[in-house]
Design a protein around this ligand. Structure first.
Ligand code: EPZ
Length: 429
C-alpha cells in the first residue's frame, strides 16, 4: 500500500492551483441521470471518488467520455461528458454504493426520470452512523413508496411520476438537499425545500439544473422552490474550485509559515474559515488570481471554533484546523457539531506530540507543541490530510500510511506541496 513520506520544517512558498471541488463534481455527475442529452462538465478533478462514481454511472448505462487536455491547460481539471441516453439499470448495487456514500444520491434522479430505483443503503462510515432518514422523508413527501428490502431502498414513484410538495428538513443535510432538489426538477407541480443546505456545492448543482432547463428559485438560500418541468436537456457546466482544498492549503501555509498564492480560490466559499484563520494571526489577501496566505515569523493565536453547516465553519476543515491549533500559543477548543465521531485524527496528532483532550463533541487543544515527525495513519480523507500538514510543520520524518484516503479527495497533493518547497514524496508498496 502506498505511503507518503515527508520531512517537516520547510516554509511553503509559491503558487498552488486549486482543483475542482470533489463534493460538487460528484452530484453534478449524478445530475446527468436526469436527461437523455449529454451533460458536459469542465474542471472535474482527477480523484478516486470520481472514478468510483464513474463505475456506478456506467452501470446505469451512462456513456462517459474524458476529453483531451488543451494547450496551456496544465493545471485545469478534466473535461468530461456524461450521456445517459438510456438508463438500462435502476439498481445501484451494494458493492459499488458501499465504497462511497454520495453514490446513494442517484436515488433522486433515477426515481424522478425512471419512476423507480433500487439503491443499496450506504451503511456506516468512519466519521459516524450517517443515516438516510431525511432522504426517505423527502422522497416520500414527493409521493414515492419506499420499502427496505435486503439492505436496499426500493423506491417507486406514483403513476405519472413524483409530485411536488413542501419538505421541511428538521436538520440540514447536504446529501438530502442535493437528492430532493434533483428529484423535484421532474416532479409534477411545485416543491419547496425548507431548511435546505446552502453549501456552494448545492448552488453549483442548482445552477447546473437551471442550465439544463429546471425552474429553481431561492438558489443559495435556505428555501429552494422548484417548479417541476417535463424534461431536462443537456448543458455545459463548470465545477467550482474546491473550498476544502483551499482551506487545507491555507492552514498548511499557516502552520509552516511562508507565502502561498492559492490560485483560483474563491474567498466567499470559505469566508468563515478565512475569518478564523485571520484571528489566528495569518495574513490573508484577496488577489485577482486567488487568495494569498502569509505568515512570517509571528506566532499562532489560539481560537475557538464550532463546526456548522454553511456559511459556518466546515466540518471538512475541522481536522486540519486542529493540527494548526496544536501549534498555537495557548488553549483552544473545537466543537464538532455535524458528525458524532469525527475525532479519529486526535490519537494520531497525539503521536506527533500534540496535547489534545476530547470530551464528547468538545476537543481541547493545548499549545504550543513542538511537533515531532511520526508514523501515522488515518481513517478518513480530511483526517489524513491533517496528518500531512502536521508533518509539514513537525521536526523530522513523518510517514502517513493508508493514503488511499487522500487519493479520494486531493488531486496531486504531493506535487502541489513539493512545488512550494515541501519535502514530500509518495513511496510505493
Ligand atoms: C456532505 O456529506 C459531504 N460529502 C461531506 O464531505 C461533508 O462532511 C458533509 O456534507 C457535511 O458538510 C459530499 O458532499 C460528497 P450531510 P453528507 O447529509 O451529505 C446527518 C468529505 O470529506 N443526516 O450534510 O453525507 C448526518 O449523519 C465528506 O468530503 C441524518 O441524520 O452530509 C450528519 O450528522 C465527508 N439523516 C448530518 O446530518 C440523513 O438522512 C450532516 O450530514 C442525512 C444526514
Amino acid at each position: 500500500m502506498d505511503r507518503i513520506r515527508l520531512v517537516g520544517g520547510n516554509e511553503l512558498r509559491g503558487e498552488i492551483p486549486i482543483s475542482g471541488a470533489k463534493n460538487a463534481a460528484l452530484p453534478l455527475m449524478i445530475a446527468s441521470l436526469l436527461t437523455d442529452e449529454p451533460l458536459v462538465l469542465h474542471n472535474v478533478p482527477r480523484l478516486a471518488d470520481v472514478k468510483q462514481l464513474e463505475r456506478i454511472m456506467e452501470n446505469h448505462g451512462v456513456d462517459i467520455a474524458v476529453h483531451g487536455r488543451r494547450r496551456g491547460e496544465e493545471d485545469v481539471g478534466q473535461r468530461m461528458t456524461f450521456h445517459a441516453a438510456d438508463i438500462v439499470d435502476t439498481t445501484a448495487p451494494y458493492d459499488l454504493v458501499s465504497k462511497m456514500r454520495a453514490s446513494f444520491w442517484v436515488i433522486g434522479p433515477l426515481l424522478a426520470r425512471c419512476h423507480e430505483a433500487r439503491v443499496s443503503l450506504p451503511g456506516g462510515c468512519a466519521i459516524g452512523t450517517r443515516p438516510v432518514d431525511l432522504f426517505l422523508y423527502g422522497l416520500k413527501a414527493l409521493g414515492a413508496e419506499i420499502d427496505i428490502d435486503e439492505g436496499y431502498v426500493v423506491a417507486k414513484a406514483p403513476k405519472g411520476g413524483l409530485v411536488g410538495a413542501t419538505i421541511s428538513f428538521p436538520k440540514v443535510s447536504v446529501g438530502a438537499t442535493h437528492t430532493i432538489l434533483m428529484a423535484a426538477t421532474l416532479a409534477r407541480g411545485t416543491t419547496i425545500i425548507e431548511n435546505a443546505a446552502q453549501e456552494p456545492e448545492i448552488t453549483n448543482v442548482a445552477e447546473c439544473l437551471v442550465a439544463m432547463g429546471a425552474k429553481i428559485s431561492g438558489i443559495g438560500t435556505r428555501t429552494l422552490t422548484i417548479e417541476g418541468v417535463e424534461k431536462l436537456h443537456g448543458a455545459t457546466v463548470e465545477v467550482i474550485p474546491d473550498r476544502i482544498e483551499t482551506g487545507t492549503f491555507a492552514m498548511a501555509a499557516a502552520m509552516t509559515g511562508g507565502d502561498v498564492l492559492l490560485k483560483g480560490a474563491r474567498p466567499g466559499h470559505l469566508q468563515s474559515a478565512l475569518d478564523i484563520l485571520a484571528q489566528t494571526g495569518v495574513e490573508l489577501t484577496e488577489e485577482a488570481e486567488g487568495i494569498r496566505v502569509r505568515r512570517n515569523g509571528n506566532g499562532i493565536r489560539p481560537v475557538d471554533v464550532d463546526t456548522d453547516p454553511f456559511p459556518g465553519f466546515p466540518t471538512d476543515l475541522q481536522a486540519q484546523f486542529m493540527a494548526l491549533m496544536t501549534m498555537s500559543d495557548g488553549v483552544s477548543h473545537i466543537r464538532e457539531t455535524i458528525f458524532e465521531n469525527r475525532y479519529m485524527h486526535v490519537a494520531e496528532l497525539v503521536r506527533f506530540g500534540a496535547d489534545i483532550a476530547v470530551n464528547g463533541q468538545l476537543a481541547t487543544i493545548t499549545g504550543k507543541s513542538q511537533l515531532k515527525g511520526a508514523q501515522v495513519m488515518a481513517t478518513d480523507l480530511r483526517a489524513s490530510v491533517s496528518l500531512v500538514i502536521a508533518g509539514l510543520a513537525a521536526k523530522g520524518e513523518t510517514v502517513v500510511n493508508r493514503i488511499y484516503h487522500l487519493d479520494r479527495g486531493f488531486e496531486r497533493l504531493e506535487d502541489k506541496l513539493s512545488r512550494c518547497g515541501a519535502e514530500i514524496e509518495r513511496v510505493a508498496g
